[in-house]
Ligand binder design. Structure first.
Ligand code: AMP
Length: 401
């Protein structure tokens, strides 16, 4: 059986899923956390319901990969390393270089590292993950799958900021968008579920998790999306502010004695959004638990919903209509009330939710009524499956090992 590994490497973590391909059956999955610390956590789910969890010391990503592969053999999930035919890596920023996933070459790896200025927290970690697997499995095809590449179909009207044009020419200062793998996956699934060619569809995809973004998709291509040069822009998120008037920043910096723009940006990334407004938590479940009695939790939830509605309305205008709205990610897949309220408060678009069908979590389902002009779909995202599919698609073209 041919197996493919999908990897999402963070600076101190490594999330992975192992697939039997081309069937796309998950044979094992897991996460290694706190890499580089004494008490790293190593967990594997395998044989459907078995779990192994241990606390060990893992000094770096290379050791993490080594330990992972060794464990998979010890648990008889793998008979040998040669059973793995490809490894796909999630990479945050692909800049203007990559409009599709690519087989990793030395040049690709160099570009991923160069693009660290766009995603300083993510790209270096992604590159570390790629290098660790390359070192241990040098002959296996390695594929990079970028969060930005799906959005490379945006045109200048949508990806440029209204600032001096030479900043784009000189520095590639523009919108890139993120969550592309998720938006692509759910839009393809939506077309299949609606049994319509994706080429004919106008879809608005709402990826609502701790990070959140909305994407306008026409004929299977991203036309516009709410995240920007970095993932800070767009919707109110768990800890990120989303869109703000940038003139507010020097004003707050002066009043609050914030010394550097880096500190200010950190506050917008980590102390804002649902967390900043509520003063309680970035986690939707925490806020829902107290919304009846806590004014600021309730306000945060209303603001979150308001920004989602604004982007859906705006993208319905961009697309000059919409056939389907998709809800995905932690909040989109699980928050029944939010989906209902958004749909009802956008009824002017021709959206009619079926409350019974909507009473559901984490399952693929059309949740609008039969007569609804705009279809509403609940689709659990699966970025790892998309990564595995891209490895399968590209491994035939591999020229580098
Ligand atoms: P993600 O980043 O996609 O893992 O999504 C995380 C977000 O999903 C957090 O804000 C969670 O509170 C939220 N979430 C998970 N389960 C539920 C639920 N049952 N209702 C509302 N939000 C949920």
């Amino acid at each position: 059986m041919v197996k493919t590994m999908a990897i999402n490497a963070g600076s101190s973590s490594l999330k992975w899923k192992l697939y039997d391909m081309p069937e796309e059956v998950v044979v094992a999955s897991g996460i290694i956390e706190r890499i580089g610390e004494k008490d790293s956590i190593f967990s594997i789910n395998y044989n459907e319901d078995k779990q192994l969890k241990s606390t060990v010391t893992i000094t770096d990503h290379e050791e993490a990969v080594q330990m992972l592969l060794k464990q998979l053999i010890e648990l008889s999930v793998l008979t040998g390393y040669d059973e793995i035919s490809g490894v796909g890596h999630r990479v945050a920023a692909g800049g203007e270089y990559f409009s599709d996933s690519v087989v990793v070459t030395a040049d690709v790896l160099q570009k991923i590292e160069l693009l660290s200025e766009l995603a300083p927290l993510h790209n270096p970690a992604n590159a570390t993950g790629i290098r660790a697997f390359k070192k241990i499995l040098p002959d296996i095809t390695s594929v990079a799958v970028f969060d930005t590449s799906f959005h490379q179909t945006m045109d200048k009207v949508h990806f440029l900021y209204s600032i001096p044009y030479e900043y784009y020419q000189k520095h590639n200062a523009r919108k890139y968008g993120y969550h592309g793998t998720s938006h692509k996956y759910v839009s393809l699934r939506a077309a299949e579920m609606l049994d319509r060619p994706i080429e004919d569809l106008k879809i608005i995809s709402c990826h609502l998790g701790n990070g959140a973004s909305i994407c306008a998709i026409k004929g299977g291509e991203s036309v516009d999306t709410s995240m920007g040069f970095t993932p800070l822009a767009g919707l109110t998120m768990g800890t990120r502010s989303g869109d703000v008037d940038v003139s507010l920043l020097p004003f707050i910096m002066e009043k609050e004695n914030i010394k550097t723009i880096a500190e200010m940006i950190e506050i917008l990334n980590s102390e804002s959004g649902l967390k900043g407004i509520s003063g309680i938590s970035n986690d939707m479940r925490d806020l829902k638990a107290v919304q009846a009695t806590d004014e600021r939790a309730s306000l945060a939830l209303e603001m979150f919903k308001d920004r989602i509605k604004k982007y859906i309305g705006s993208y319905a205008a961009t697309l000059n209509g919409v056939d389907a709205i998709v809800f995905t990610a932690g909040i989109g897949e699980n928050d029944i009330t939010l989906r209902k309220e958004i749909s009802e408060e956008l009824s002017f678009l021709g959206i009619e939710i079926d409350e019974e069908k909507n009473d559901c979590r984490g399952k693929e389902k059309i949740i609008s009524s039969e007569t609804s002009k705009v279809k509403v779909l609940l689709i659990p995202t699966d970025e790892e499956a998309m990564i595995a599919q891209d490895v399968e698609r590209l491994k035939e073209t591999s020229v580098y090992s």
